[in-house]
Design a protein around this ligand. Structure first.
Ligand SMILES: [Zn+2]
Length: 105
């Protein structure tokens, strides 16, 4: 009888934790892909990954190093506006975007 009670309490706690995690993911619009780094695309496993940068971007005034990186796809201009939807990385092969710019791991 006692063992059954322990199992019931444990499963209730685990279920509650899972529900709380799911609510957090929905509220903050987090997808499991957001925990991936820039080393590899979480979808197609390509290593050809670019990093978004935010802020003003005027190609004619940028230095040649930045321009070259933009051309190579290493850096991607993300625009001036940054919000919770702003992605951090983009795969240059399948164009999948992931990571949240505002979430610092
Ligand atoms: Zn990809």
């Amino acid at each position: 009888m006692k063992k059954k009670k322990v199992i019931l309490i444990t499963s209730t706690i685990i279920t509650t934790i899972i529900i709380l995690i799911v609510i957090c993911f929905i509220v903050f619009n987090i997808s499991p892909y957001d925990f991936y780094g820039k080393d590899q695309c979480p979808k197609c496993k390509s290593t050809n990954v670019g990093t978004f940068f935010y802020g003003e971007y005027e190609p004619e005034y940028e230095d040649s190093v930045t321009l070259a990186k933009v051309k190579e796809g290493v850096l991607i201009p993300g625009g001036c506006v940054i919000n919770h939807e702003s992605p951090k990385y983009r795969c240059n092969d399948c164009f999948f975007t992931w990571g949240k710019e505002l979430i610092k791991p």
